[in-house]
Design a protein around this ligand. Structure first.
Ligand SMILES: CC(C)(COP(=O)(O)OP(=O)(O)OC[C@H]1O[C@@H](n2cnc3c(N)ncnc32)[C@H](O)[C@@H]1OP(=O)(O)O)[C@@H](O)C(=O)NCCC(=O)NCCS
Length: 374
């Protein structure tokens, strides 16, 4: 391969952003200058969503208005509910999320209006409705009735309510809220870059988010949290963990939930999520996955010096909360809609068509022969 080719755009800086950064001086992911773990300690998800979209933390009045808008936008159209009812029950919920946002784009009265204020209103509608659509599918595929969203519940509480018909204790809700904060934004990762690339042709935000969801589905990106759970289920019990992970490494397997393109000595989101995973394991009185977690991590660091990424603790945490494994990445979606939308709006404000080059390594020039001569 030519030495000038940066396969996977590794190490290439393609644009500027003011939304988030991994700051080496504090070894942490920051949103608009605030460390993600500090936001987890002091804020709820809606405050962080406001921050990422607007640039500053909200005061009480601003937060109230933001929450009011999100809660008002939660209801789904009759036609979207009809689509959800007709989707095959075996469909992957990531494909359902992608389809739901695409349908929202068909219905939104401002789909083709790409002014900043219109994009912000569309963001709020996508943000409010996507969890409702996913929860509806969660119930429908189990043959259960859809549960209507409730305006008196927070974003996190409402998701539990719509999936399970009840809101768990506040520590579980806080752990879920923390995972949403940690998943909300991460600069030019593959799904965000997809959203920005789509936007760069001056296409619309529904299209950008639909594409981003397709990108997040892959196991090298958001899909890793589901793969972590499959791995833990395969390991079954802590006594098997050491042998399982050693075998996997001997066979040169890629172990999901480990490694990162940006963090090479540990993902700064992991200690916070690990703490909340521990809290949820304690509340649910199920320590099995925590033990497996620690053993696999120890061997990965000892043998490969590869550290966990945030998908490693979120996978088993969502499992203990009662979610089906194929809903882990869709939960990532309902949070990351915020980051994607902020990037779409930023891309519009300083747009340049994204159109890289490729070094051609195909056939030399050939003459086309008529079909009878080939
Ligand atoms: C995230 C990921 C794609 C980053 O990849 P990258 O920056 O391109 O790094 P590379 O894949 O080139 O990895 C460098 C080396 O570490 C190894 N490595 C990286 N992640 C690994 C993992 N999870 N398990 C085993 N080995 C791993 C690679 O095999 C490679 O080894 P080599 O140099 O001997 O070939 C990669 O770490 C991965 O596939 N992780 C698992 C999926 C995952 O958890 N994704 C969620 C990310 S938030």
């Amino acid at each position: 391969m030519g030495k000038d080719i940066k396969k996977g755009l590794m190490g290439v800086t393609v644009d500027e952003t003011s939304i988030s950064k991994v700051m080496p001086e504090i070894n942490s992911l920051t949103y608009r200058g605030y460390a993600a773990q500090d936001l987890c300690a002091k804020c709820k998800f809606e405050e962080v969503a406001y921050l990422i979209l607007n640039g500053n933390l909200p005061n009480k009045r601003q937060l109230k208005a933001f929450e009011k808008e999100e809660r008002k936008d939660r209801r789904l159209s009759k036609s979207l509910i009809k689509v959800l009812k007709e989707i095959p029950k075996k469909a992957h919920p990531m494909d359902v999320a992608r389809t739901a946002v695409s349908v929202m784009g068909l219905e939104d009265k401002e789909t083709s209006n790409n002014t900043p204020s219109s994009n912000m209103r569309k963001t709020m509608r996508i943000f409010a409705k996507t969890p409702v659509a996913l929860a509806a599918f969660y119930r429908l595929r189990k043959g259960k009735k859809i549960i209507e969203p409730k305006k008196n519940l927070s974003f996190a509480e409402n998701f539990f309510h719509m999936c399970f018909g009840k809101v768990p204790n506040e520590d579980i809700v806080k752990a879920f809220d923390v995972s949403l904060i940690l998943y909300a934004e991460h600069s030019f990762n593959v799904s965000t870059f997809t959203a920005r690339t789509i936007t760069s042709s001056l296409s619309d935000i529904h299209g950008a988010i639909t594409g981003a969801i397709a990108s997040l589905k892959g196991p090298l990106h958001g899909g890793a949290n589901e793969e972590v759970m499959h791995m833990m289920n395969e390991i079954k019990k802590p006594e098997n963990a050491r042998k399982w992970i050693n075998n996997a490494l001997n066979k040169k397997k890629v172990v999901m939930g480990f490694g990162h393109r940006v963090y090479k000595s540990g993902d700064s989101r992991v200690p916070t999520m690990r703490e909340y995973f521990g809290k949820v394991a304690k509340i649910t009185n199920d320590k099995k996955f925590e033990k497996i977690y620690d053993i696999v991590e120890e061997v990965m660091i000892e043998r490969k010096n590869i550290h966990p990424n945030v998908d490693y603790p979120t996978g088993p945490t969502y499992h203990l909360m009662g979610f089906d494994t194929d809903f882990f990445t869709p939960i990532f979606v309902i949070s990351r809609i915020i980051g994607w939308s902020a990037h779409v709006i930023e891309q519009y404000s300083t747009n340049k068509l994204i159109r890289p080059l490729a070094a051609y390594n195909g056939n030399k020039y050939r003459k086309v022969l008529g079909i009878h001569k080939r």
